[in-house]
Design a protein. Structure first.
Length: 149
């Protein structure tokens, strides 16, 4: 039997200082355009592999090109500002040195995955809600993480 540890991403291994929340901004634009928020909007953002353009199209929200450029710029800055917690880096290193597999399992919008893998490039697995179409606490996302063990 292999031993593994499954971590969440943000608030556990990583932090975002002063995030701009561009996907949330797209939903706010929709409200301004008369779109009523739906109960599954956040779940859709996290369980479908969408970038900003695709999210706006999916929700039927018109985003002017200059506003989209501003959102894209904010997203790039947000992604560049993501930082690994030093104790998270140390914990992952110690666990892996002890032969423990380390897997990340997170509710995550697609644009954030590259930043995680940049900061934690040698994890034993990455399970993202957008990649498998299920958000936590859905059984399937944990089942995927356990299959990496």
């Amino acid at each position: 039997m292999n031993t593994a540890v499954i971590f969440d991403a943000f608030g556990t291994l990583l932090k975002i200082d002063g995030g701009t929340h561009p996907l949330r901004e797209i939903l706010k634009l929709g409200i301004e355009q008369g779109r009523r928020p739906k109960i599954n909007d956040a779940e859709n953002l996290l369980s479908l592999p969408m970038d900003l353009h695709e999210a706006a199209d999916f929700f039927g929200i018109h985003v002017e090109s200059n506003k989209m450029a501003q959102l894209q710029s904010g997203l790039r800055a947000e992604l560049a500002g993501i930082q690994a917690y030093p104790d998270g880096l140390a914990a992952v290193e110690r666990l892996q040195n002890a032969g423990v597999k380390v897997v990340l399992c997170s509710n995550l919008a697609k644009p954030y995955a590259a930043a995680i893998e940049r900061l934690y490039p040698r994890l034993d697995g990455y399970i993202y809600s957008f990649a498998i179409g299920v958000i936590k606490p859905g059984f399937e996302i944990y089942q995927q993480a356990m299959q990496l063990n």
